[in-house]
Design a protein around this ligand. Structure first.
Ligand code: 5RP
Length: 260
């Protein structure tokens, strides 16, 4: 990393740097996916190197596995680790109850499995991810390729009976081909605009044959670490009801992570 960071990158970096303070020697840690999570993987690798920590990382995507390995982290599968102390991941939206929409990066299935297999989930984000009601960000749903058009129709028909503002959906593409997840599935993005009852939507979607998982994370996130472009960081703990604030100095320049 070289040169000046944009305010958004600074906010992501600050959130990531503060979040890795929660990681202790010997922990098994779920490693999220996306640009904010990538900052976290870099910050973690830096701590591991500087402090000689013994950390086992379980990645939530092939991309994160590659990044972690390239930075010298010990990376294993969830089956090897079995249960995790902590998962740190980004998000596409979070509401006041720390319910989330995830999957913008296409990794929602592995992310949800890993987060659910963790004692604690910490989400790292910048303020643009905060919403009063989930749904502005299209809800990603991972579906089986077989009969996907029928699954799409079934989902749209099911949404008629739910408290959402829109019900159209689009198949996610990678150039002009369907986007393929790490598990070999497709992703439908649901344009719901506003989700009245996220728990209900999540439960109902997962009943539809062909749906593997949806990107609503309900009651999974424990703590949100919110970075701001001005260097301040806020830690909101939903279980304790606490909010703490901090400041992290970022020195722009050529040497950020170059020693990894
Ligand atoms: C990937 C995700 C990401 O956490 C989410 O898309 C946020 O990404 P970014 O940190 O790049 O904004 O859910 O599936």
């Amino acid at each position: 990393m070289s040169g000046e960071m944009s305010p958004i990158d600074r906010a992501k970096f600050i959130a990531a740097k503060r979040a890795v303070d929660f990681i202790e020697d010997g922990m098994r840690v779920g490693l999220g996916t996306g640009s904010t999570a990538a900052w976290m993987v870099r910050c973690l690798a830096e701590r591991v190197k500087a402090e000689g920590l013994q950390i086992t990382g379980v990645p939530t995507s092939a991309r994160t596995a590659d990044l972690g390995r390239s930075l010298g982290l010990r990376v294993v599968s969830l089956d090897e680790a079995k249960w995790l102390d902590l998962t740190i991941d980004g998000t596409d939206e979070f509401d006041p109850n720390l319910n989330l929409i995830k999957g913008g990066g296409g990794a929602l299935l592995m992310e949800k499995i890993v987060a659910t297999a963790s004692d604690q989930m910490i989400v790292i984000a910048d303020i643009s991810k905060q919403v009063e009601k989930l749904g502005s960000f299209p809800l990603p749903v991972e579906i089986i390729p077989f009969g996907w058009q029928t699954t799409k129709t079934l989902i749209e028909e099911t949404l008629i009976n739910l408290d959402v503002m829109g019900r159209s959906s689009t198949l996610r593409l990678d150039r002009d081909q369907p986007y393929i997840t790490d598990q070999g599935n497709y992703i439908l993005d649901l344009h719901l605009r506003r989700i009245g009852n996220a728990r209900q939507v999540s439960l109902v979607l997962n009943q539809i044959p062909g749906v593997v998982e949806n990107g609503l994370f309900i009651d999974i996130c424990d703590i949100i670490v919110l970075g701001h472009g001005d260097g301040t960081v806020e830690v909101r703990d939903i279980n304790n009801g606490t909010v703490t604030q901090d400041r992290i100095e970022v020195v722009d320049g050529d040497n950020l992570f170059t020693d990894l």
